[in-house]
Design a binder for this molecule. Structure first.
Ligand code: ADP
Ligand code: 5SP
Length: 585
């Protein structure tokens, strides 16, 4: 097959959809297809891609729903005219941290798939437990504490693994799973992450965990490139960690190495070429940073179900407030990440409190955007009047680690005070305030990683060079405008032409690199030489504007003070065994 006719596939198994994209060797998009779990899946009763058990703060997804999605997305790509015999390589990504528990006969079932039946029909018994704990899960408070203490404190854990302990991380989840479901754990032959689960399906055998996605487990020592013995001892419940080690398997060190050829199931059912290469699949955030040749000081803000802030950096500066992960393709680089549980769904709740869009209106966000951009910055009626700052946490947040609630405050530069209900015009004022508080948190917590431009005649303060918005929310013009005002961005705010599908695109790029790289050729060099800025991205908003950027310093200080107050109230409430905190509505 010539390079001209070659195709590469990338997949993104995220919270609310499975997305697939086909691209050419020259990185041109040939086709996209989506399977939306709420709209398209049958038989699972999920909402926004997940099931919940509020009593235990559990959030989880049915694994067989994802199997249904894989067949459907392939069928949709084929229906749109994609000839799978032209596909030379496949890679993909999964929502991070989720774990899948294969039963003792799971791998046998995977190796012996018949073309005439769906994946769902053949693999629904392949798991010792039918659900995958989701990244929004908050059930592991006790386990999280144990992980933070295991190496001394949370700083030590962050130094070794790139992150302090988090509810959603796979190590604390395995620890809880082992004690809550001892029989299912005993019957588990292998544990996959969502990314390696998806790779396993395409490979027809259990795929290794990826070098970047392994960093979302609180188990993997970034410096040694192997599982940390003390953390494995905690998760396994024994100093003999061999059973857990064999369940997890080794991590694949080369993000562009071949895991093997595609499973016969896909060759016979969909007409794939038998020599189509399966490259390692990674986490959805590591894959997103591969969707363009990201330069130092460029930042990606991913507006999916979660909100994440991503940068690629050679500097490993672990800190309990942030995440560092191995870069998915390039040894010596790391991915810096901030992650929020309250991203897209929290914004949707504010939007849905507004009157519905008029019939026939194609943009469900137009009223929300109108209110977000027709109020003054920080909701202040004049520049010197008090700022309105609020936290919107329908789910317990990651940073700060705050319980669910909406916390509205008034801030004058001194100690913030809980707002009286009459101070806010609701729900209108919430539209700007939610975007502002989410972006102010990114500015506050990325301060340690950004820098001023090297040539700096305008004396620009430390900030990203460019901001790239990706994910579903990247379509939103109000968010783009406020992102430039609050986060800056010396060169402006940009969007990819397939903005909502950046994560799957990054995986497709990885597949191109895995198959076509010359010995030693780096991902950045191969993709950089084929990437055409003028065709692939567009500028959607101004970046750094001195006056408004400086005004929002008050917002950063205010947000920090509000978070401190909410945390203080929460601690007092816990010690009084109370339930609600100040400002909570
Ligand atoms: N125009 C828009 N403005 C704001 N948010 C949007 C818009 N379009 C889609 N979204 C948000 O995008 C989210 C889905 O993003 P997506 O990146 O596909 O999620 P995931 O990858 O987590 O499944 C939805 O929850 C929705 O709120
Ligand atoms: O937990 C994290 C990252 O640590 C989330 O970012 C998940 O990876 C889910 O991502 P989306 O579905 O929002 O893309």
């Amino acid at each position: 097959m010539t390079h001209e006719s070659s195709l590469y596939l990338g997949f993104d198994l995220s919270t609310q959809q499975l997305k697939g994209i086909a691209i050419t060797s020259k990185l041109m998009v040939a086709c996209e297809a989506v399977f939306d779990f709420d709209a398209d899946a049958t038989g699972f009763g999920i909402k926004k891609g997940v099931l919940t058990n509020e009593a235990e703060r559990e959030v989880y997804a049915p694994v067989t729903m994802w199997l249904q999605a894989i067949d459907a997305v392939l069928q949709r790509l084929q229906d749109k005219g994609i000839d799978f015999s032209r596909v030379r390589g496949i890679s993909g990504a999964g929502q991070q941290h989720g774990s899948i528990y294969w039963s003792q006969h799971g791998e046998h079932a995977l190796r012996n798939l018949r073309q005439g039946k769906s994946l769902e029909a053949q693999l629904h018994h392949a798991f010792s437990y039918p659900y995958s704990p989701n990244w929004m899960d908050s059930s592991t408070e006790i386990e999280m504490g144990k992980f933070d203490r295991q190496l001394g404190d949370e700083t030590q854990l962050a130094i070794r693994t790139g992150s302090k302990a988090h509810h959603r991380f796979t190590g604390p989840q395995i620890l809880r799973f082992r004690s809550k479901h001892p029989n299912e754990y005993a019957n588990t032959s292998r544990i996959s992450l969502v990314s390696s689960f998806l790779a396993s399906i395409f490979l027809g055998k259990i795929a290794p965990i990826d070098i970047a996605d392994a960093c979302g487990m609180n188990l993997f020592d970034i410096k040694t490139g192997s599982y940390n013995q003390e953390l494995m001892t905690l998760a396994a419940g024994s100093s003999d960690t061999s059973d857990l080690e064999s369940k997890l398997g080794h991590a694949a060190a080369d993000g562009g190495g071949s895991l093997g050829d595609i499973s016969q199931y896909f060759v016979l059912r969909y007409g794939f070429n038998p020599s189509c290469t399966i490259a390692p699949f990674t986490g959805d955030n590591p894959s997103t940073i591969l969707s363009l040749p990201l330069r130092p000081l460029d930042a990606i803000v991913s507006l999916g179900t979660s909100t994440t802030f991503l940068m690629s950096t050679p500097h490993y500066k672990p800190d309990p407030a942030v995440h560092f992960m191995n870069h998915p393709t390039t040894p010596g680089l790391y991915m810096f990440m901030l992650c929020y549980k309250n991203g897209g769904l929290a914004r949707e709740q504010i939007r849905d409190a507004l009157p519905p869009a008029p019939p026939g209106s194609s943009d469900r966000w137009s009223l929300f955007n109108h209110h977000a951009t027709h109020t003054r910055p920080l909701g202040a009626s004049i520049e010197s009047s008090p700022a309105k700052i609020a936290l919107y946490f329908p789910r317990p947040e990651i940073v700060p680690n705050v319980h669910t609630g909406i916390y509205r405050y008034t801030y004058t530069g001194q100690q913030p005070t809980v707002s009286s209900p009459s101070t806010w015009k609701l729900p209108e004022d919430d539209c700007r305030a939610i975007i502002e508080s989410q972006l102010l948190s990114l500015r506050l917590r990325s301060r340690g990683i950004v820098a001023p431009p090297s040539e700096n005649p305008r004396n620009v303060p430390a900030q990203p060079r460019r901001i790239y918005l990706v994910g579903g929310g990247s379509q939103n013009t109000a968010i783009a405008k406020l992102a430039g005002e609050i986060l800056g961005g010396v060169e402006g705010v940009y969007r990819l032409d397939v903005g909502g599908n950046a994560c799957a695109l990054g995986s497709a790029y990885k597949a191109v690199w895995a198959v076509e790289r010359k010995p030693g050729e780096k991902f950045e060099d191969l993709i950089g030489s084929r990437w055409r800025e003028e065709d692939f991205i567009e500028k959607i908003a101004d970046g750094y504007q001195e006056e408004i950027y400086r005004y929002y310093e008050k917002g950063v200080d205010g947000l920090e003070a509000v978070e401190r107050d909410v945390l203080k109230q929460q601690t007092q409430d816990v010690s009084k065994a109370g339930t609600t905190g100040a400002g909570q509505v």
